[in-house]
Each structure stands twice: as structure tokens, then as C-alpha cells.
Design a protein. Structure first.
Ligand code: ADP
Length: 191
């Protein structure tokens, strides 16, 4: 199973990604989490990424592409993976196509969580209180949403043309969203 999960910042991708990945027995690979781990450990990659993340900007494609390429080459990702937060630019889509083609596999589906943009800022500010992420200030949140709309939202149409998009309403309780995701993926399986 090779899946992507997409949606604006605060859509709950990370939360849902873990559950979906566990269900299919594949690793959930979050580029945001990998960057944050590198920042925490003070690696050269972390030092470079932090400058962008703190401003709500995307880390340069080259850096991100190499990181993902290495990660999905690891043994646990051979049966498949669920990517959370990648690709986020058209250039990253092309790179990912190349990485997957090279293994002789294909992408199975792109889960898109749809959410009400206004509800998102509130969610993210709440997360700032509980998790203390450096990029969860109101100003940076708004910038991340803007960058998402400009750079990443257009990817949904690209994957839509390939017939891969599975749209799920991401509003409401975590468990309800999870149920909707599994129902949508089941349908996909049968078609
Ligand atoms: P969110 O989905 O809440 O915006 P993430 O945890 O997925 O947050 O990512 C946090 C930050 O990490 C992003 O704002 C960006 O700076 C960086 N990042 C994550 N994934 C990518 C990517 N595919 N390309 C470029 N930058 C990325």
C-alpha cells in the first residue's frame, strides 16, 4: 500500500496518518516530524530546516527530496508507506513519481482531508498550548496556510486527474474522521 495524506496545516493529518498506516502495516512517514527530530538533535539538516520552518516557509525541495528518498529506501518501507506532508510542491510530485517508478510500484491513493479554514487557526493555536511547536504562532500559522494554498493545494487537481484522490471530511471528532477514512478506503478497494 502506497498512500499519501494531504490537507491544510491543522487538518489532522498526523493523527489520522498513524491510524491508517497501522491498519495497513506500513510506516507513517511525516516530513514535518523528521524535520522536527533533526531540529531537536541539532543535526546539520535540522539547522538548515529550522530557518524555514520557524517562518512558516517550505524547506527547499532538494533538501526535502533527498530526505524522503533515503527514508523510503529503508527496509520497513519496502512493503509500502503512508507519506504525510510530502509531496507539497509540483517539483516534489515529479521526484516522488521517479522514486516510486524506480521500485516498479505505483501510488494507490491520495487521501485528502477537507476542513473549514477558519476552524484551523483555532485548532493550531490550541496545539501551540499543548505541544509548544515553534511554528504555531498566529502569524506563522497564517503564513503556512497561505503557502499551502499557493504551493500545495494545486497538487490535489494533479492527483485528481490521475483518479487517485479520496476526499474525506476532516471536521468533527477524531474517531469519526477515522471511520470516514476507512469507509472511503474500503470503497476504493472494492472498485
Ligand atoms: P503542518 O502540516 O502543520 O504545516 P508539518 O509538521 O507537516 O506541519 O510541517 C512543518 C514544517 O516542516 C512545514 O511548515 C515546512 O517548513 C516543513 N516541511 C514539512 N514537509 C515539507 C515538504 N514536503 N517540503 C518542504 N517543507 C516541508
Amino acid at each position: 500500500m502506497r498512500l499519501l495524506i494531504m490537507g491544510p496545516p491543522g487538518a489532522g493529518k498526523g493523527t489520522q496518518a498513524s491510524a491508517v498506516a497501522a491498519h495497513f502495516g506500513v510506516p507513517a512517514i511525516s516530513t514535518g516530524d523528521i524535520f522536527r527530530a533533526n531540529v531537536a538533535q541539532g543535526t546539520p539538516l535540522g539547522v538548515e530546516a529550522k530557518r524555514y520552518m520557524d517562518a512558516g516557509e517550505y524547506v527547499p525541495d532538494e533538501v526535502t527530496n533527498n530526505m524522503v528518498r533515503n527514508r523510503i529506501a529503508e527496509p520497513d518501507a519496502q512493503p509500502g508507506f503512508l507519506l504525510d506532508g510530502y509531496p507539497r510542491t509540483l517539483a516534489q510530485v515529479t521526484e516522488l513519481d521517479g522514486m516510486i517508478d524506480a521500485t516498479g510500484h505505483k501510488l494507490d491513493a491520495v487521501l485528502v482531508l477537507t476542513v473549514d479554514q477558519d476552524a484551523l487557526v483555532g485548532r493550531l493555536l490550541k496545539r501551540a498550548e499543548t505541544e509548544g511547536r515553534a511554528d504555531d504562532t498566529e502569524e506563522v500559522i497564517r503564513r503556512r496556510q497561505e503557502v499551502y494554498r499557493e504551493e500545495t493545494e494545486p497538487l490535489i487537481a494533479v492527483y485528481g486527474e490521475r483518479g487517485l484522490v479520496v476526499e474525506v471530511d476532516g471536521m468533527g471528532e477524531i474517531a469519526d474522521v477515522q471511520q470516514r477514512i476507512f469507509a472511503a478506503l474500503d470503497e476504493l478497494d472494492q472498485s
